[in-house]
Design a protein around this ligand. Sequence first.
Ligand code: ADP
Ligand code: MG
Length: 227
Amino acid sequence: MARELIVDVAGLTKRFGPREVLSGVDLSIRRGEFVALLGRSGSGKSTLLKILAGLDTDVHGQVRVDGTVSVAFQQPRLLPWRRVWRNVVLGLGERSRDRALAERALAEVRLAGHADAWPRTLSGGEAQRVSLARALVREPGLLLLDEPFGALDALTRLAMHRLVEDLWREHEPGVLLVTHDVDEALLLADRVLVLGEQGRLISEYPLAPARPRRLQDHFGVRADILD
Ligand code: ADP
Ligand code: MG
């Protein structure tokens, strides 16, 4: 049975002054779908994510997004003067002091024991996992990932792929992953979209559901090596 539609965008056009960055974009994402978005620098990927996140409403066309949306960016943007656990539950209102909630989310991203650490003591991969915990704690129906692994070294990136895949299977949000990395898109996503130079979604590659989806299947690596 088809899952519920959580993103329904039709004829979306976005201009910055005279420049049309997105031109008539149509996009739908169902809950539990993992969609990758490829495109050159400056093609409008981040702009599209910001619009889906509700951070930019100055647009033409239809933008419907249902439920809670979380975003994780390339830079984790942690507040340096808050301990890790406070960063995770930041902005959650009455739950912003819920340490147990933060610790559960940290355990999910394999950072149990780092609750009291200061952000500056974390590696890039750890900081990015805190950013994922912060996204997950909101129990999003839609998770927007804007090149979240772009600044990480190759092995850390592999570990992050595995983590994101595990979290996606566990929580089944819809995911829109922006990436420069074609292999990453093909590995993780159900569907790959390409944002072209003219601000149009030019291609859509549905991927065979039967292909191996686990990183272990691809590389034959022991799961614990990457933890
Ligand atoms: P991508 O994420 O694909 O690299 P962006 O969505 O960040 O691209 O940007 C798309 C285009 O829109 C770029 O040319 C960028 O310079 C321009 N742009 C992005 N944000 C703004 C803004 N706030 N004001 C003016 N131009 C912008
Ligand atoms: Mg961008």
